[in-house]
Design a protein around this ligand. Sequence first.
Ligand code: NAD
Length: 492
Amino acid sequence: MRTYHNYIAGSWTPSVSGRTFENRNPANHDEVIGLFQESTTDDVDAAIDAAATAYATWRLVPAPKRAELLLAAAARLVEQKETFARDMTREMGKVLEETRGDVQEAIDMTQFMAGEGRRQYGQTVPSELRDKFAMSVRQPLGVCAMITPWNFPMAIPSWKIAPALVCGNTVVFKPATLTPLSAVNFVKVLEEVGVPPGVVNLVTGGPDIGTRMTTHDDVKVVSFTGSTAVGRLVNQNAASGFKKVHLEMGGKNVIIIMDDAQLELAVEGCLWGGFGTTGQRCTAASRVVVHEKVHDAFLKEFAARTAALRVGDGLDAATQVGPSVSEAQLQTVMKYVEIGKSEGARLVTGGHRLDTGAHARGWFHEPTIFADVSPTMRIAREEIFGPVVSVMRCSSLDEAIATGNDVAYGLSASIYTRDINKAFQAMRDMYTGIFYVNAPTIGAEVHLPFGGTKATGNGHREAGTAALDVFSEWKSIYVDFSGRLQRAQIDT
Ligand code: NAD
């Protein structure tokens, strides 16, 4: 059994606790992938000290030089893509094609942020006074605490670490306890390409160390992706120290299908949006609102295609839907299936745990569809984070948009229609951070902002150049070369 260590100040070190936790394969929970450090607040303090020390020199490394390390890291990720994808499927279950996509997203983001090493543009503006120069520059903030979930174990850390580094910050990174191996793989790459000791530190463990990271005086930025409940705690904990807090949280995303939609395309979109990553995406299409004229035709096809999805081990090339990530996540799915039934929704397909034959050793659940769902039901309002889709009827676009917006979250939404006027109305009126036309609610690319409104986020965005706004702050600089006192707003 391999034991993996924390990475602090450039050394792979065990936790002072002397304790470890197991990482198990959700498709076969007899398989223990490795033992990881159950870290304490002392380990976190050591990691933060290392990051604070390294910041003194890292912030002065020219940004294009910092970017060269990112470019080298991206190249190494390319070389090891297949190995890292297989490790990821083993530790969190999603099918190999998708874990390859996860690593690819880390490659894309690392390359994109390397490019920002030669940009990070500021403004140069005319001064209102003579012989005075006015400009703004981005400056780093210091130590950034990165706390990440398990569903995109390499992509999400890269979305945070790459922009933080190119801006000149240093990092303490705590991955979810369900996916520490992908975190180790990513940090090892950064070590191998020569990121200096202390610039990136990895500490594995649970909520206690997360709390320490969000309250420690030397942490200046907290970037968190995870559930809304934990995000609220993170926000509260970090508030008294005036940390900059970036939150990416839950979703309850909707696909709207109008009566003029290309139905076959819409069905494909709902299958991918609803059951991709076993429904365990923040952008998963867990709600579908269908125009009553095409509702029955859509549902018949969607149900038939869903029932035919092959559920199994993500390493098997024939598998289309992997397991839930853990027993607890599977129990949540099963709980919501019962809630849906008790609320009076109609179970169209699925609804059961799979635990015999090839599924006996894993946390599998049938892809599940509820129809006759009303927008007030809990299954239409709460994030389930599993392979469960709620289908609702509508009689107009206005009604669909109202239903779509009537949830606590605001991450992603989409519409299937051939009417450009309807597409533009929905694009304008859905209050989400991401919107798609004739595509499902998933499919974000790294060079545009990513994030959501309402209970999904707190106004910041990840990815694209928007991420630079999280990991840098502006300094406005005035250079007076007149040789005399000039008073702004007073002298002319
Ligand atoms: P989670 O909130 O349970 O955990 C997220 C991280 O927070 C983990 O690393 C966890 O150990 C840590 N944590 C737990 N308690 C903490 C505390 N008190 N202080 C600091 N850190 C703490 O989420 P999860 O189950 O890992 O992930 C699923 C959730 O993530 C879903 O709600 C999903 O929508 C969300 N998510 C959002 C996005 C997005 O970009 N909006 C992307 C992916 C996942």
